[in-house]
Design a protein around this ligand. Structure first.
Ligand code: 5GP
Length: 119
């Protein structure tokens, strides 16, 4: 799947659509989900043009991958989620239920989150 430069997260990265930013560095941008599913629901996205986790792990440089995943951890710590704990989720493709075709890691927290998957 080729990268669609008009996807909503590409527009957020370009500043064409506003977001409630919680973190930014050279590798990643993190912002609150527009339809939160937990008391804390943040999306962490890489700065590069990657469709999904599959695309990212196939094509991104080691520096991009390290920078991105370090950012995920930093965001969780900055939001004080590390001690009570949190959940990350990267929906990938059709069966994963991915809606926006720019890699994003959901970061959920703020309460006990229950079973891993809806039953
Ligand atoms: P997916 O189903 O692709 O894993 O998750 C996409 C997520 O993006 C959803 O949780 C949805 O609420 C969120 N989302 C979609 N459009 C926007 C937007 O314009 N701004 C923000 N902050 N979140 C969005």
């Amino acid at each position: 799947m080729s990268y669609d430069t008009n996807n909503v997260f590409a527009k957020i990265l370009r500043g064409e659509i506003p977001c409630d930013k919680v973190f930014e560095d050279d590798w990643a941008l993190a912002f609150r989900d527009i339809a939160p599913q937990a008391p804390v629901h943040v999306l962490v996205i890489p700065k590069g043009d990657y469709v999904s986790l599959d695309d990212f792990t196939a094509k991104a440089s080691d520096a991009e991958i390290a920078g991105f995943y370090r950012a995920v951890g930093k965001v969780a710590r900055e939001l004080n989620l590390d001690t009570p704990g949190y959940r990350t989720l990267a929906n990938t493709g059709d069966h994963g239920g991915q809606e926006v075709p720019h890699l994003h890691v959901h970061l959920f927290g703020g309460k006990p989150l229950g079973p891993m998957l809806a039953r």
